[in-house]
Write a new protein. Sequence first.
Length: 483
Amino acid sequence: MSETQQVEDRPGAGAPQANSVDRFFKISARGSGVGREVRGGFATFFTMAYILVLNPIILSSAEDKFGDRLDSVQLVTATALVAAVMTIVRGVGGNLPLALAAGLGLNAVVAFQIAPLMSWDDAMGLIVLEGLLICVLVVTGLREAVMYAIPQPLKQAISVGIGLFIAFIGFVDAGFVSRVPDAANTTVPVQLGATGALTGWPVLVFCLGVLLTIGLLARRVKGAILISIVTMTAVAIVIDEIADVESWGLTTPRVPDDVVASPDFGLLGEFSLFGAFGEVGVITVVLLVFTLILSDFFDTMGTVVGVSAEAGLLDEDGKVPNLGRVLLIDGAAAVAGGASSASSATSYIESAAGVGEGARTGFANLVTGGLFACALFLTPLLTIVPMQAAAPALVAVGFLMMTQVKHIDWDRYEIAIPAFLTIAVMPFTYSITNGIGAGFVSYVLIKTVLGRAKEVHWLLWGTSVLFLIYFAIDPIEQLLNVK
């Protein structure tokens, strides 16, 4: 390697700054170049572009309390718009090669846990509230208090539990497993396929997609999830043409008449900031918003630190540059996601792909955001993907989130038991809130039993009390004669 190359690859030791763009983004100062930033921006986009398919499928597959569904075409527009705008804002305001888009896991909470309790407008209003509260936490400095209140193993357990929950959603929505019809008379809540066996072409597409995805991941192919979705969509289109398929579910894989279409902004502004309070009550709203904040806030912290470390951008104290602005923009992204009905937008760990290609500054985000903006006009292509071609991505994401389990000390029962309950209760009850509540309450209980109650942060005590009320709401209402 030449001396010039060594200098180029070392952040902070670049060539002299050449122009205003270079100076603004500190491209040369961080040992990068425009070419590397552009390559990194493309890599990040193609690694996370699957969200343009998955987010509309997840959100449109669920019904709200009144039986209404969100339009998948409008969801593609909303997802692409929020990703484009907020990724560019992060690049300019935070100067980090860290893209944002609708968060997997967060959209599952909205679709399968929050929406069934209220209208879609009310559910998206909770996302806006969550984002505003995150901004308040950042501005007031309370983010540190929240960060330190939750033991690290519990944070990791939450990530693992959400991963299992997402994977379970993938298996169910693809038809790989299904609910047993006579659940009241059997001990088996779910079974393989619709009849106890795998049948039908759509399920075959899912199975092949899972095999393709895990094979690509094992070989560490960049863009593995997107490659799998595109490939299996093409296979599904061929199968739909030559075979007699009774139903693909919500989306039938057929070549659209047009590839390009005008974006549909019909979902923008469709949210109710305080409507949820009238539907489910204050306590439930507080717990739901807390769940969203917890999932969003800590996932963002881990992603920001991880990607910044990979890029060599942490200072001598291990701190992220412009962290306050970076987190504030993340909170604003959650607000934007809720206000456009795209669910909460958050930082993407897939940005590490762009860092791997050489991105070191926010200039790469301009490229990634620009590509998401182009996707606004490709809705016809993005709405032909059947769930069976997209669901393998949920299984893959579940695996990636599951890897956090290795950091939990399973020999320490005081943390291992709450971690286990957090992980197990989420998929088994189809609720992220229930899993977090089980983990928090059991953690406080065990610490108290061991005579170490003083080690529990007051925020955790307060939250656990709320969760106890949440779990015992029915007998409490009966005692108070309130219904």
